[in-house]
Design a protein around this ligand. Structure first.
Ligand SMILES: [Zn+2]
Length: 416
């Protein structure tokens, strides 16, 4: 199907990354930076020129467009989604993308800062990319493959489908969002207006990878209350909350259930902040697991450790508060098994092996899933994101284009 197709994904990518779209976590406006709209506006222009007549950007910077159905069948409306902003962690101004044709496996020394060297030792995935065409930045900025790889993949998919109208698919929605990197990517998104039944973010990394699971997350505070007294006359009166908290922290698991000792699908309890005085100390945690039920167990563990601690300090007490942060999208996707099944089949039709990657964090796709739009994540090839070492393989991006074309077809095929 793609043998005679000239992919445009790399050429698009090289252009899009040169537009500065960094988001700003300290901004009160939406989108957080106006410059994100520079890319969004260009995308609308390019979509219109490809014949997508409803392509438009709203005041919040969301781009929504529809590839019309090519079949009369009642196919569920699917949406492909990517974010236009780049991470605030690393400069995104004046990005100069460099194409390294058929990568030879040697260290890549970035020309504008020779201390920035991308090696197979530091980036083991690169070893699989020997022979591929690799794109990097020049050493002083990030590249912005996160998520302009996803943006370019979706745009090339549109170009392919518009040039090949005999391929059967239902209506496909395109969505480009701002401010994903600051956790606000879907804050003002009107799902009703979008009108999709399922969605896929194009924001994953390694070739063939597919993410339909992420952490469930709670925040948890323990407040310890001591008894204060004038220290000169405190005998048998004063109970020091700082000492209570120190004793409590010392009881926390160290060799297990900690971010520094876990990976894969293991969860953790993680103290992230402590503050207070003699009278009151607050210890703040984040707790994480792929099983939402486990979060309750972790809270019970912390509760028990706090109870054990105050028992040793007569006169003291504690309270615990738990706040929900986000949830594993799998809890939603389990009710819509086709969403993941079809994606995995599409990856296989592109000739790839599916790599399932649980996300040890939250995603906008997870938020969308809980807003009613099931939304797992598909690979684009973007690697080492948020850093000056960021890189992407052109061939990975092309395979991503193929995958989502197959995926659109599969949704149409499977309708009776
Ligand atoms: Zn991203």
């Amino acid at each position: 199907m793609f043998t005679h197709y000239t992919f445009s994904v790399a050429e698009r990518f090289m252009r899009y990354v040169q537009i500065d779209t960094q988001s700003d976590p300290f901004s009160n406006s939406y989108p957080s930076t106006e410059k994100q709209k520079d890319l969004s506006r260009l995308l609308v222009t390019e979509l219109l020129s490809m014949g997508i007549i409803d392509a438009a950007m709203d005041d919040f910077g969301y781009v929504i467009a529809t590839i019309p159905a090519t079949t009369p069948k009642q196919v569920p409306v699917i949406c492909f989604c990517a974010h236009v902003d780049t991470a605030p962690d690393c400069s995104g101004m004046g990005v100069k993308p460099i194409l390294h044709p058929s990568y030879n496996g040697l260290p890549i020394i970035l020309p504008e800062d020779h201390t920035q060297i991308i090696t197979i030792e530091n980036h083991p995935y690169l070893k699989e990319k020997i022979g591929d065409d690799i794109i990097t930045a020049s050493g002083t900025t990030l590249l912005g493959a996160d998520d302009k790889a996803g943006v370019a993949v979706i745009m090339d998919m549109v170009a392919f489908l518009m040039a090949n109208p005999t391929i059967e698919h239902g209506a496909i929605k395109i969505l480009f969002t701002p401010d994903e990197e600051i956790g606000k990517g879907v804050d003002f998104l009107d799902l009703h207006k979008l009108g999709a039944t399922v969605a896929y973010t194009l924001d994953g990394s390694e070739l063939g990878s597919f993410e339909d699971e992420n952490f469930s997350a709670d925040g948890l505070d323990i407040d310890f209350y001591g008894v204060s007294a004038h220290p000169g006359y405190a005998k048998n009166k004063l109970v020091n909350a700082i000492k209570i908290a120190a004793s409590f922290v010392d009881r926390l698991p160290v060799g297990q259930l900690s971010p520094e000792t876990t990976d894969g699908v293991e969860g953790f309890v993680h103290p992230v902040h402590i503050e207070g005085n003699v009278e009151k100390v607050t210890v703040s945690f984040i707790i994480r697991d792929f099983s939402t039920a486990k979060l309750t167990e972790y809270a019970e563990l912390i509760d028990q450790l706090a109870a054990d601690t105050v028992a040793l300090f007569p006169g003291s007490m504690y309270t615990m508060t738990v706040k929900e942060q986000y949830r594993n999208m799998k809890d939603v996707l389990n009710h819509h098994p086709k969403v993941a099944q079809y994606a995995e089949e599409a990856i296989q039709r592109a000739g790839l092996t599916v790599r399932k990657m649980p996300v040890r964090g939250g995603t906008d796709g997870a938020r969308l899933s809980f807003m009613g739009l099931p939304c797992p994540n598909i690979f684009t090839g973007e690697m080492a994101f948020h850093s000056k070492h960021e890189y992407v393989s052109v061939q990975d991006m092309q395979k991503s284009v193929e995958t989502i074309v197959h995926l659109a077809q599969i949704w149409a095929e499977k309708v009776d």
